[in-house]
Ligand binder design. Structure first.
Ligand SMILES: [Zn+2]
Length: 284
């Protein structure tokens, strides 16, 4: 199966009524186990590379590794920039070979977000690469739990206007989800997802899914979510495996050994989460 864009994956997910697994790799070693999990489950994968990862390694270096594995995978894989920081980073990632882009202007005013997102959408559409935007703001949890934060949930009218004026291909929504949660305490506004889904013609995306219980994820998908972003859980799983190896005193002089322990944890968790999303057995 080739490296694909997210456009065709979304069409299949909409038809099948499931959500695409959009899993973040935050070091190169996290990429192979995510692809292996998708292959083992017969699922498409959106392999996400976040802007923080790109502060450590160049987009070209990361994209070449990710695209190589995507091109040789048994299932379709898209290589996606998660939370693109600005048009320059988007341009670099497009040139490096990313096949899907998210631009995050959610910290800007509504009008400024529309202006900047539209620029990104035009640049991407000139290369036939789909773009995900965000309106409303998904906050970052400081405690790992569901604290008192400054909520800016996505409004239906705002979502419709944003989508029409920017030309984005999918939309990340703030519906009670939080980034960086390490406990499954998020309280999701399912009715809001349903209302946005009813009015909007493009697929909906939920971020911060590490903090959402499997039951709530399933319900969110039934309400219209078609892409589920998970990052924190995979970071924690990878580091747990790494630490277990070091604590066990195994081969700690050779870096690949603890990394391999982390990779195994990532693969197991990814297989389990793909099942929750109903994305398994779609590509056999
Ligand atoms: Zn996010």
């Amino acid at each position: 199966m080739p490296l694909v864009t997210t456009g065709e994956l979304f069409k299949a997910a909409e038809k099948g009524g499931y959500a695409l697994p959009a899993f973040n790799a935050n070091c190169l070693e996290m990429i192979p186990p995510l692809v292996e999990a998708a292959e083992a489950e017969g699922a498409a994968l959106i392999l996400q590379i976040g802007r923080r990862f790109l502060q450590y390694l160049s987009p070209v270096f990361v994209a070449r590794s990710a695209c190589y594995l995507a091109e040789t995978a048994k299932v379709p894989v898209a290589v996606h920039l998660d939370h693109g920081a600005g048009i320059e980073q988007v341009r670099q990632c497009l040139e490096a070979g990313f096949t899907s882009i998210m631009y995050d202007g959610s910290s800007l005013s509504f009008e400024e977000n529309i202006t900047r997102t539209k620029e990104v959408a035009l640049l991407c559409s000139s290369r036939s690469i789909p773009v995900e935007g965000e309106t409303g703001k998904v906050p970052v949890s400081e405690s790992g739990g569901y604290g008192n934060l400054d909520w800016d949930l996505t409004e239906v009218g705002e979502a419709v206007e944003y989508a029409e004026r920017t030309g984005v291909d999918s939309l990340a929504v703030a519906v009670g989800n939080l980034h960086r949660m390490n406990r499954k305490e998020a309280k999701i506004d399912f009715d809001r997802i349903k209302r946005i889904h009813r009015e909007l013609k493009i697929p909906l995306v939920i971020h911060g899914s590490s903090g959402i219980s499997p039951e709530d994820l399933k319900q969110a998908i039934a309400c219209g979510i078609r892409k589920v972003n998970i990052a924190t859980e995979f970071n924690l799983a990878f580091l747990k495996g790494y630490k277990d190896c070091m604590d066990a005193g195994k081969d700690e002089w050779f870096p690949m050994e603890p990394l391999k322990w982390g990779m195994e944890k990532v693969r197991d968790l990814a297989r389990e989460r793909i099942g929750v999303l109903g994305a398994n057995d779609r590509y056999r």
